[in-house]
Ligand binder design. Structure first.
Ligand code: ADP
Length: 535
């Protein structure tokens, strides 16, 4: 597309290959964008909440995943529509920043778009709608801060953190074991947390999955677990006071980088070459041994020849250690990653209390645990489960729980879930709407309606009547001046979310409302779509 001017200086647009382009303008563009984005939100809305449904997604090459995590669902849906892609990014940015609330943010954006569509039909200008939403969002955020409560993360053996983790896990496949998994997540985060700086380096928590056993067998290992074993079955199974040589070069003779041929014309030449190759191996093993290392971890594989020599020299070794593991081990043990054998020196070795091989269940599969690392404490959560699908979903769920706990360590304010916080904000936004005399008033009111959409969706997903449940909860919030009344999804007999202990982080809720509003505003500003015909 390019801009040109006619003889009178009037601008006009030239579209290349005009026949094959599609163009939508004005109201048609707004509506088409909104409908595309809403379709995504509608797909996710049945997954929201503790009784939300899971989705089964099959990739083009036949991999099946079953998940309830919003970010994963939209990512695997392979969405083509450009506006709908904005919602995918919305969910992903919530995932990147907060880690939890990825379904909620898309559902809220969908509700806002639904309202925007009605307002457009009424003839209200998109910019007025966008402005009204913006003002309403500020009011909602302010009110969220007012109703948030600080929790004592240390009290009662970190009970509040466990509850918050349980809320995040409650909607997932693993919800039956939410308390056990919640405790594991809390212990893992507290083990690596720097409470003084209120910071958690999530890289120090490794989540390792292994099919077999059941979800109950999931456990926390205080050390780094790697899914590898010693390179030779006769090597020692445990190295105490380990001095680790961390190599990113293969245990094999150097190979010419360019294409060269070696011509061997006599048996003697062959023998010479053989002996030289042998010498390479001997030298390599010697360099590692001389540095004082008592175990070598190698990112690459090694020849049988090298393996044999390592065994003969009593140097246990591990091959094919993954790149991420190499980095984590380096961070935790203080090892320098060594790219060439000539560079091995005693100072570059990492130190750990022990490196030992462990076996799980009755299978013959072994893993290595590196414990008591010298520099930082790193932990591993070993997730077990009957099938790959279950362990994958359990991994995503535990990741969400870990993020919630990390967020609470950074900022210990919570709001109550079950739609109560959204409902309280909706009431506040409605009150504010009455004070606005301009046309934005309608948009502000619609924003409140969209917020009410969350409790309504929660009620719908657990088989309650959404209209009655939300009306009752709203009336009680107003009568009792109690912002904690929400939807009793689990039918526990109380709608007070404090009694049900449904904790959500203030940071997540704030981010959800802000991000959803931003995306909707962005969609409302698009009034011209020019795309290839097949889009
Ligand atoms: P997300 O991916 O957005 O975290 P979830 O499917 O985990 O979505 O659902 C989160 C929503 O479910 C939140 O609004 C939360 O308040 C609500 N929720 C979670 N557990 C309960 C519960 N036991 N009772 C009522 N609401 C709950």
């Amino acid at each position: 597309m390019s801009l040109a001017f006619d003889d009178y200086g009037r601008p006009y647009i030239i579209l290349r290959e005009q026949g094959s382009k599609k163009r939508m303008k004005g109201l048609e563009a707004y509506k088409s964008n909104i409908l595309a984005a809403k379709a995504i939100a509608n797909t996710l809305s049945s997954s929201l909440g503790p009784k939300g449904m899971d989705k089964m997604l099959v990739s083009p090459d036949g991999d099946v995943s079953v998940t309830n995590d919003g970010a994963t669902i939209v990512e695997k849906m392979e969405i083509q529509h450009p506006t709908a892609k904005l919602l995918v990014e919305l969910s992903q940015s919530q995932d990147a920043e907060i880690g939890d609330g990825t379904t909620g943010v898309v559902v809220l954006a969908g509700k806002l778009l639904e309202q925007a569509l009605t307002l457009l039909d009424k003839g209200i200008h998109p910019l007025k709608i966008s402005d009204g939403f913006d003002r309403a969002c500020d009011v909602a955020i302010k009110h969220l801060e007012n109703i948030s409560e600080e929790i004592d993360i240390q009290a009662n053996e970190h009970e509040a953190l466990i509850q918050a983790a349980c809320t995040a896990l409650g909607s997932k496949v693993v919800s039956k074991r939410k308390r056990e998994l919640g405790k594991i997540a809390v212990t893992a985060v507290l083990d690596v947390a720097d409470l003084g700086r209120k910071d958690v380096n999530l890289d120090l928590i490794k989540i390792q999955t292994k099919t077999g056993g059941s979800v109950e067998d999931t456990r926390l290992i205080s050390g780094i677990l790697i899914d590898k074993d010693m390179s030779h079955p006769q090597m020692v199974k445990e190295v105490n006071d380990a001095k680790i040589c961390l190599l990113t070069c293969p245990f094999e003779p150097p190979k010419p980088k360019t294409k060269h041929n070696i011509n061997i014309s006599s048996a003697e030449d062959y023998k010479k070459l053989y002996l030289q190759e042998q010498q390479y191996f001997v030298d390599m093993v010697k360099l590692v041994k001389d540095s004082g290392a008592n175990i070598a971890l190698c990112q690459w594989g090694f020849d049988d020849e090298a393996n044999h020599l390592l065994l003969q020299n009593n140097l246990p070794a591990v091959r094919w250690v993954s790149g991420t593991d190499v980095e984590l081990i380096a961070m935790a043990t203080g090892a320098r990653i060594i790219p060439r054998f000539q560079e091995i020196t005693p100072e570059k070795l990492g130190k750990a209390g022990s490196v030992k091989e462990v076996q799980f269940g009755t299978s013959n599969e072994r893993m290595l645990v590196i414990e008591n690392c010298q520099c930082t404490k790193a932990v591993t959560i070993l997730i077990r489960g009957g099938s790959q699908m279950i362990v994958d979903e359990a991994k995503r769920s535990i990741h969400d729980a870990i993020c919630v706990i990390r967020n609470l360590i950074k900022d210990n304010r919570i709001v109550y879930g079950g739609g109560s916080a959204e409902l309280a904000c909706a009431i506040q936004v409605l009150q504010y709407a009455d004070e606005v005399s301009s046309v934005e008033q309608y948009a502000i009111r619609s924003f409140a309606d969209a917020l009410e959409g969350i409790p309504s969706c929660l009620a719908d997903n657990c088989g309650l009547n959404p209209i009655t449940s939300v009306a009752q909860a709203k009336a009680r919030q107003l009568q009792e001046n109690n912002h904690r009344i929400g939807i009793d999804c689990m039918e526990l007999g109380t709608t007070d979310m404090k009694e049900q202990r449904i904790y959500e982080t203030l940071s997540s809720k704030k981010q959800q409302i802000q991000l959803a509003t931003q995306v909707v505003k962005m969609i409302l500003k698009i009034d011209d779509v020019i795309a290839p015909d097949d889009y």
